[in-house]
Design a protein around this ligand. Structure first.
Ligand code: SAH
Ligand code: SF4
Ligand code: F3S
Length: 478
């Protein structure tokens, strides 16, 4: 085992005023290394958020630069890369479960299997310690700040036949020359910023992803234009808190400015995630309502409807401020769909405080919500808070919340019956081979009766039926 660098909780928390470095020559593919994967196959398993999905597209490109080819069948792979997520306990458990399966493969049919583990879990001190103690059979452990070194680390581990660990706990740079192999032919994820400085008390992301670093607007626009050239119909601008875009670069730059520039490229569809309610500006609302190619869909995590809990969470807004913003978005952006994230069972949350969250849901009638039971994450302030709420109570709150959330999901879907909506058709429906599926402008999944030729196009669809999680529709001629 060779430990080049290990993560440290202390370093992961640091935030300096130092200017962020933009590095355009960090990724180099050595001639020798580019042949390692000849005749070999790779398989990537991705957990977590879109940031990880996008990173996996870079891992895929790096492995292909090493001559590996993709396989969808894990049992067939010569190299398996796990891209991990730390956000909640169950994400952790899934990864350790998968490592068990991989170990079995290695001990039975695939003794030469190379196992690479990356992503947010590798930024956790305790996890890497566990890998060192009990998972020495893994080949490479790398973090979120050294993606550019992945090929070199794999090559070294093969040469030395030992586990190599390289994880930096630093604030992070912006690396501009990483390759990408996109999963979807019509929709592209584009990072506009990395990291997070919000330090919500429950959340591990600021520790695993480092300081907030915005990419230069020119680099983002070049990537959008590249996507347009390649035939992409939709881009999703990614960041943990896109509303704070640009503030670390230039005081005149903002997400509203970037969004407007992206809109002017005329890409048919623009989405963005995630918007923290705290710095959602009027300028942003104006730009979203001004351009038809910015989709009227906003993910606006509320987390809780109670002011004491919001304060404990470090969310920096009150219930009233959130609802004011919600109303403003609904009144200024035509047909806006708003979804949210909610955590129940925060340490010390009372039944009354939980009811405040239900009140917010009943007021906002969200188009969708991701709901979670609070999961203590190592080394975060919330993990040290006194908690007298039993797991049984937390589960009960989640169930009651989901019941209300699902009611509005369905009601909002039903409102679309007989309406004609634009849908970007992505491919055959998973539900029915004779149908095709895609998403509306407001991010609702539709199973559509249309033609194979419609794949990759935005077509008008009349909604004929509404379920909780999806809609049924048929193509209408313009
Ligand atoms: N940057 C985004 C959220 C990223 S994490 C934002 O601020 O909105 C996605 C969601 O996971 C969060 O919105 C939150 O609802 C949930 N989450 C994060 N940490 C959690 C924890 N420790 N326990 C339970 N849910 C958590
Ligand atoms: Fe986590 Fe808060 Fe940052 Fe979102 S804004 S990633 S919840 S710390
Ligand atoms: Fe998970 Fe890391 Fe995303 S913790 S949610 S993969 S930023």
């Amino acid at each position: 085992m060779e430990i080049k660098n290990e993560p440290s909780y202390v370093d992961a928390r640091k935030r300096s005023r130092e200017k962020i470095k933009i590095i355009s020559d960090a990724y180099i593919m050595d001639n020798e290394i580019s042949k390692i994967g000849v005749g070999k196959k790779y398989h990537i398993i991705t957990y977590g958020c879109q940031a990880n999905v996008r990173d996996s597209e870079t891992y895929a490109a790096i492995l292909e630069d090493m001559s590996y080819t993709k396989t969808d069948n894990m049992d067939d792979a010569d190299l398996i890369l796990l891209n991990t997520c730390s956000i909640r306990e169950n994400a952790h458990n899934k990864v350790f479960g998968m490592l068990g399966r991989i170990k079995h493969l290695k001990e039975t049919t695939k003794p030469d299997l190379i196992t690479v583990v990356g992503g947010c879990m590798c930024q956790e001190e305790a996890v890497v310690k566990e890998f060192e103690k009990k998972y020495k059979w893994i080949d490479v452990v790398f973090g979120t700040h050294n993606i550019q070194n992945l090929a070199k680390l794999i090559s070294e581990s093969i040469d030395k036949n030992e586990l190599i660990i390289e994880v930096f706990s630093k604030e992070g740079d912006v690396i501009e020359n990483l390759p990408v192999r996109r999963e979807n032919k019509y929709k592209a994820f584009i990072n506009i910023m990395y990291g997070c400085d919000k330090f919500c008390t429950y959340c591990i992301v600021p520790y695993t992803r480092g300081k907030q670093r915005s990419r230069r607007m020119g680099d983002i626009l070049s990537e959008v234009k590249e996507c347009i050239k390649e035939g992409y119909k939709e881009v999703t601008l990614l960041g943990q808190n896109v509303n704070a875009y640009g503030k670390d670069l230039d005081s005149n730059l903002s997400f509203a400015v970037l969004l407007e520039e992206v809109a002017k490229t005329n890409i048919p569809r623009i989405r963005f995630m995630t918007s923290h309610p705290w710095d959602f500006t009027d300028e942003m609302i104006d730009v979203i309502s001004k351009y038809d190619n910015i989709m009227p869909y906003i993910h606006l995590p509320v987390q809780s409807g109670n002011d004491r809990i919001l304060k404990l969470m470090g969310r920096r807004y009150t219930k009233e401020e959130y609802l004011k913003l919600f109303d403003k978005i609904k009144s200024k952006i035509k047909n806006a769909a708003i979804t949210t994230d909610i955590i129940v069972g925060y340490p010390s949350e009372t039944e009354e405080e939980f009811n405040d969250t239900l009140d917010v849901v009943n007021y906002c009638k969200y188009d969708g919500a991701f709901t979670f039971i609070f999961s203590p994450r190592e080394n975060t302030p919330a993990s040290r808070m006194e908690d007298d709420v039993t797991l049984e109570e937390k589960r009960d709150r989640l169930a009651r919340l989901n019941e209300v959330v699902n009611k509005y999901y369905k009601e909002n879907n039903e409102k679309l019956i007989d309406k004609v909506v634009p849908v970007l058709i992505e491919g055959p429906s998973e539900k029915d081979k004779n149908l095709y599926s895609g998403y509306t402008d407001t991010m609702k999944l539709v199973n559509v009766k249309c033609d194979k030729e419609d794949i990759g196009n935005i077509i008008n669809v009349r909604i004929i039926d509404a379920k909780t999680w999806s809609l049924d529709g048929e193509k209408v001629d313009e």
